[in-house]
Design a binder for this molecule. Structure first.
Ligand code: SF4
Ligand code: SF4
Length: 64
């Protein structure tokens, strides 16, 4: 299954996470404004939309 993975070292912790905004299943969220965004893998189906919009290129699609 393809899943999105956010590299926490590359994530800019954007106030408004554009990747979260485009995700069709709301699989990306931030638990805390100062923390990197995370992916709820159960909700992600690997479409890659988030990869396109992340300004830091912090997201990769992996076979997980
Ligand atoms: S858009 Fe990218 S860099 Fe910004 S919070 Fe979301 S995952 Fe992190
Ligand atoms: S790959 Fe698609 S479903 Fe998964 S987090 Fe990114 S936008 Fe959402």
């Amino acid at each position: 299954m393809l899943r999105a993975y956010i590299n926490p070292r590359e994530c800019l912790r954007c106030e408004k996470c554009s990747a979260a905004e485009v995700c069709p299943t709301n699989a990306i969220f931030k638990l805390d404004p100062d923390e990197p965004a995370v992916v709820e893998w159960k909700a992600c189906y690997g479409c890659g939309d988030c990869v396109e919009v992340c300004p830091a290129k912090a997201i990769a699609i992996r076979d997980a």
